[in-house]
Design a protein around this ligand. Structure first.
Ligand code: NAP
Length: 350
């Protein structure tokens, strides 16, 4: 690439915004040149507007950028969005209307029928919704979303098995505290404890999974007909959502067929060698006590899904564990991978 593509971040001062700033540092294709937040932060340098909560220092080039209001004007065409969900609908639509490509991490537009809910390894063809989105809404720009941080772990783990006909899924999550943002869950609640409730999470996992694993059908996404039941728990882990999954298929595959499906899974981002795509998106760990959040979640730059303990299920067909990095693969890294796929597919051109 001759010249890098200029990008910006909406909601750059927040927790997910900071992950975007960190993840984009040194990106081979994208150069972060613009940061937006509320009027509380606008007019200040990023270093002064932001309480940096991530490990490592705030990247110096970003620290010196002036934060602007989240209003269309001089922002670059490609924007990553991490705005608060109370304002994301209006902000993202205003930028799309003004011709920006908004690659969003917020929940607001994920289930809109004309908005791709993209996991590049699973449903790159859902980007075919974009011409319809532009036509229906009269936008020059577009909105593309990534899933909830638990949904991406579940769908990546199920993706290789989709050819077997997924019928029913039960998933129990053990979710890290970083998924609740900052300050998140009170320490008195989470230390040496488990909180068996995360508001809205179970519903999101159930419907987002059906959309992501659904099929593009001319002018809409036909959701996967499988039923998904989720139990969500917050656990005292810093980073990494673990999911215990039971699945039933149309016909039970053999263990060898399940293993072969995992081994042979080599989808589009890996074929294209996108910069943020791990060489293998779903990695099977044969050890009897893996994957574990503390030991495994940082591997592959936090972009892979780790699967383990694949075994027969006496109720459904198989059960297994899956682990993913909730703030990387479940947030900033997911959105950047979406934009990389869009670039490679020629969808960032005016
Ligand atoms: P956060 O830390 O509260 O940050 C919110 C961001 O939105 C800040 O940059 C804030 O700017 C900005 N903002 C607030 N009101 C605004 C307004 N009126 N106009 C423009 N910008 C405004 O939230 P977060 O945890 O990063 O979450 C951001 C989004 O990502 C949410 O939609 C959330 O649902 C989603 N998400 C979060 C996680 C996670 O792990 N936390 C995971 C997946 C998805 P100021 O600093 O100026 O107030």
């Amino acid at each position: 690439m001759q010249k890098k593509i200029e990008v910006g971040v909406l909601g750059a001062t927040g927790m997910v915004g900071q992950h975007f700033v960190k993840f984009l540092q040194g990106h081979p294709w994208f150069e972060l040149v613009w940061l937006g937040a509320s009027d509380r932060s606008a007019g200040k340098k990023y270093r002064d507007a932001t309480s940096w909560r991530l490990s490592g220092l705030m990247p110096e080039p970003a620290a010196n950028l002036m934060v602007e209001e989240c209003k269309p004007g001089n922002a670059p065409r490609l924007l990553f969005s991490a705005t608060d969900s109370s304002v994301a609908t209006e902000i993202e639509q205003a930028f799309a209307r003004a011709g920006h490509i908004v690659v969003s991490n917020s929940k607001n537009h994920r289930m809109d029928p004309d908005v791709p809910l993209l996991v590049p390894e699973l449903n790159p063809d859902h980007l075919k919704l974009l011409p319809l989105q532009r036509q229906r809404r009269g936008w020059r720009g577009a909105i593309v979303t990534n899933p909830n941080c638990s949904t991406v772990v579940l769908t990546l783990a199920l993706g290789p098995f989709k050819p077997f006909g997924i019928r029913r899924v039960i998933v129990t999550t053990l979710q890290a505290i970083s998924g609740a943002g900052y300050p998140g869950v009170a320490s008195m609640d989470i230390m040496a404890n488990v909180i068996p409730y995360i508001g809205g999470e179970e519903e999101k996992i159930e419907v987002e999974t059906q959309k992501i694993l659904g099929e593009f059908a001319e002018d809409r996404i036909q959701p996967l007909e499988a039923v998904v039941s989720a139990h969500c728990n917050r656990v005292p882990v810093v980073d990494g959502h673990l999911a215990a999954i039971s699945v039933e298929f149309s016909h039970k595959p053999t263990q060898a067929e399940m293993s072969a499906a995992l081994q042979q899974f080599h989808p589009r981002p890996q074929q294209l060698e996108l910069p943020s795509a791990p060489p293998r998106p779903v990695i099977y760990m044969p050890e009897c006590d893996r994957p574990q959040p503390r030991r495994d979640v940082e591997r592959e730059n936090g972009m892979a899904c780790f699967v383990g303990r694949l075994r027969d299920c006496p109720v459904f067909h198989y059960k297994f564990l899956a682990l993913g990095h909730n703030t990387v693969r479940g947030a900033a890294g997911a959105a950047v991978l979406n934009a990389e796929l869009m670039y490679q597919e020629g969808l960032l051109e005016e």
